[in-house]
Ligand binder design. Sequence first.
Ligand code: HEC
Length: 173
Amino acid sequence: MRSLILLGLVCALSAPLAFARAIPNPAQSHAPGNEDVQTPIAQAGYSVGVNYQLQCAGCHLGDGTGSAANDTPRMKGFVGNFLKVPGGREFLVRVPGMSQSALNNAQLADLLNWLLREDGMAGSSMPADYQPYTSEEVMALRARTMLNLPGTRGELIKAMRAQGIAIDDGMNY
Ligand code: HEC
């Protein structure tokens, strides 16, 4: 019994030392050939498609199919419907995946205009009178946090239903 208590004490005392070993070595250096500091994506100048792959496709998948299991709606063939209801245009910028991405305002505007094309992800869901987003518009909208996302989205979906739009967002509700 005594030796067990002693063992427990030794374990408790040595635990911080074991954890301390997980702290990165401050003298650590880059792997050879990898010395340059990474360029932030907002300054990297990648194409729109690459920005989508890096910042969005992890959740929305490469073609915008999304994943109901992960609560990620389908954008493919559907996302343009948000532009047909009041508040939808703002919503598309204010969702966290957009507003909190590492992309700058101009990149986000380009990305949205790229998604919202009839020959792109939005496909036939696009309204006829689409006005492209500008970086100024994106800057103003992304700064306004959306407090009740599911509620806001629910209202927009309801407004779509009222217009007779089929809710083909893959979310099954
Ligand atoms: C961490 C996962 C994740 C990432 C990364 C992500 N999104 Fe999303 N996105 C979601 C989810 C989940 C929703 C549903 C609304 C919500 O809960 O935010 C959504 C909603 C949206 C919507 C509104 C469509 C709808 O039907 O509600 C758009 C537009 C959108 N995302 C675009 C993007 C773009 C563009 C990027 C990349 C810059 C991005 N998202 C990155 C998970 C993500």
